[in-house]
Ligand binder design. Sequence first.
Ligand code: SF4
Length: 475
Amino acid sequence: MRQLTFAPRFEDWQRVARAALEQAIPPDEVVWQELNADQPSLDIFEEEVPSSGPSKRAQFRVPRAFVELARAVALNCEPVRWALLYRLLWRLTHGEPKLLEISVDPDVAVAFQLQKAVRHDIHKMRAFVRFREVAQENGSWFVAWFEPEHHIVEQNAKFFVDRFASMRWSILTPERCAHWDCARLTFTPGVDKSQAPSDDNVEALWLTYYSNIFNPARVKVHAMQAEMPKKYWRNLPEAVVIPSLLQEAPRRVEAMARKSAAKTEANEERDWHPAPVPETTSLSEVAAASRACTACHLYKRGTQTVFGEGPKRATLMLLGEQPGDQEDLAGKPFVGPAGKLLDRALAEAGIERDDVYVTNTVKHFKWEPRGKRRIHQKPNSREIAACRPWMEAELRLVKPKLLVCLGSTAAQAIFGPSFRVTKQRGAVLESEFAPKVVATVHPSSLLRQPDEESRAREYALFVADLRVALAAAAA
Ligand code: SF4
């Protein structure tokens, strides 16, 4: 048996292993002896190694992947790692060049496990190191205490240099300490935890920051404990606030969900374009195209597009605001309570409903939930603008002699936002969309009248407006 003594670093092991390989010492004849700080190097192997020429070294080429693997495994604290690495090295250079691809091979599997453990430890250190400020004569120094499982401090120090280049800091660990003075990275032997400062000027600041970045929606306590083992908790200032944050989490999640839903809805509402009307003179083709319309977000809310209905050659067109609850389900305009009232008023005014083309300014039902009910919501200007091409196509193709606008949404779609039904109802007006236009109230407003008397009065006025319309259409 040969005892090979070396400083427990990858580069030292590599040098000794290469020499052992050149001497053709099989793995089972080697005892790998780590050199401690207080132990003088025996250099046994070094003394015995004859110098070897470059051509001989060339035959010991190993895949780059092995060098990477070996570098990581060397950082693991498992004592068997050196023997394992030499065994792998030996096999790679003695007829098994593709050995690392055989993941079920016991040596390969163990090596990858050791590499994984090191990577995990590196990740933990990056995530859980917390600096505390220590005031010094020439300014602040930030000191952190961490207890790594493997020999990762030197390997990881560069990360902290890059991250905190303008801060002077020390990371103290039981095995090795790293120090950065804004110019030079140095290492010293490990220290006891008592040497790490416990008073913390920045701790309060950190706790506030942590509470703010704490995302309750991502809280999975079991996963959190797996990711952040309890042993790290004692070094984390935020550990004291985690329980209260967890307690508050459901309420904060709900608030976040509400906010996010409102934001999504607002974004959806902003996203619209004019409805794409096909170029055709066929009203039924336009109606068919409208059923696939997604020009504004209302198609997601309504059950279906409710396009206009009636004869294409109708002289009278009625234009409402939007379909209601029953119209949305039936897919037909004015079939709900307001529609029934409209039918009655039309009959009383002497107008045959079947002779009239009836439609709405917006073709999808806009509503909000209230208990189990769907409550009507007024369409906004974006929704009206998006839907306008359908209404214009209906007016262009039906060419009514007279258009009756039922309610302010319809009237303003024709005459602009300054139009007031209360002031101009019942007047025969002109517009680019129809030679004559009469505006009146929407029949649903009659249903909302507070008492029988006002309902009767408003109904009579509504019928009178329809009679004006009929007379104007006939003139
Ligand atoms: S409301 Fe009009 S524009 Fe919006 S999706 Fe429905 S049909 Fe299209």
